[in-house]
Design a protein around this ligand. Structure first.
Ligand SMILES: NC(=O)c1ccc[n+]([C@@H]2O[C@H](COP(=O)([O-])OP(=O)(O)OC[C@H]3O[C@@H](n4cnc5c(N)ncnc54)[C@H](OP(=O)(O)O)[C@@H]3O)[C@@H](O)[C@H]2O)c1
Length: 258
């Protein structure tokens, strides 16, 4: 078993997940870099971590599929012998961004499988492993971090499934935090605002304008590294008496203003 704490980061081949993996590696974690399609991106993240003297492995898998979720946890344990931190970051936007009146069940199923159901059952599986590892004295505690969105409470009528799934992540975080506290596992929700990534690239112009007009008090795009710092901080020993919290990484977007 590796001496360093180990983190499984889903959707770590690009964007926010990539930044989270790199930041956690800097903080001394060994990293399981999950990807679904972007093998090259995941390999680059692994290479970057290894070149800096860290430990990382790429683990392929669709978080929406049970066998894949099991395989990614199994591979993490095979490689590092432990799992201290799960970051449920993988997510997709609503395919086609269809208006509420045109929204389809296929889109709903895909978005929910990826963004909510997959995250819950991966957390369940990881938590079971953490409980065993803690009981065996192999790790002292566990952490689960769920990456939600300002879409959990801000309506977009062309992304209904995405918004509802993200809203569900808050209750999921509370459920897990409530049950797992006695198991020495703390759970947090990170709630990003508008972050520059492939996901927001198609709507750059729209957000450039909104940000310039004061969408958030801090008038700039969020960067993946902003989210990564928040994840690393809640996973550290900085908040030993906190669990179930939502941490906003949104430039103050959540503040209601007149
Ligand atoms: N960007 C924003 O403004 C923003 C704001 C709030 C919240 N978020 C949330 O932050 C998270 C990351 O977003 P991002 O902007 O970094 O997105 P992104 O650039 O589109 O990257 C998405 C990542 O998720 C992975 N992924 C997608 N479906 C997957 C699946 N079924 N199984 C495993 N991995 C999967 C992708 O892997 P492959 O490429 O390997 O397939 C990729 O690594 C998402 O949960 C998103 O909802 C983003």
């Amino acid at each position: 078993m590796i001496e360093q704490p180990t983190a499984l980061v889903t959707g770590a081949s690009r964007g926010i997940g990539r930044a989270i993996a790199l930041e956690l590696a800097t903080q001394g974690y060994a990293i399981a870099v999950n990807y679904m399609r972007s093998r090259k991106g995941a390999d680059e993240v692994v290479q970057q971590i290894s070149a800096a003297g860290g430990h990382a492995v790429a683990v392929q898998g669709d978080v929406g599929r049970r066998e894949d979720r099991d395989a990614m946890v199994d591979q993490t344990l095979e490689r590092f012998g432990r799992i201290d931190l799960l970051v449920n970051n993988a997510g997709i936007t609503s395919p086609g961004r269809k208006d509420l009146l045109e929204a389809t069940e296929d889109s709903w199923d895909l978005v929910f499988d990826t963004n909510l159901k997959g995250a819950f059952f991966l957390a369940q599986r990881a938590a079971r492993e953490m409980v065993s590892l803690i009981a065996a004295g192999s790790i002292s505690r566990g952490t689960i971090v769920n990456v939600s969105s300002i879409s959990a409470y801000a309506v977009s009528t062309n992304r209904v499934d995405y918004c509802i799934a993200k809203a569900g992540l808050q209750m999921m975080t509370w459920q897990l935090a409530s049950r797992l506290a006695e198991e020495k596992i703390r759970v947090y929700e990170i709630c990003p605002g508008v972050i520059a990534s492939d996901m927001t690239a198609p709507v750059t112009e729209k957000y450039d304008k909104l940000i310039a007009e004061g969408l958030s008090p801090i008038r700039r795009w969020g960067q993946p590294e902003d989210v990564a710092k928040a994840v690393a901080t809640v996973a550290s020993d900085a908040f030993p008496f906190s669990t179930g919290d939502r941490i906003n990484v949104d430039g103050g977007f959540h503040i209601r203003r007149l």
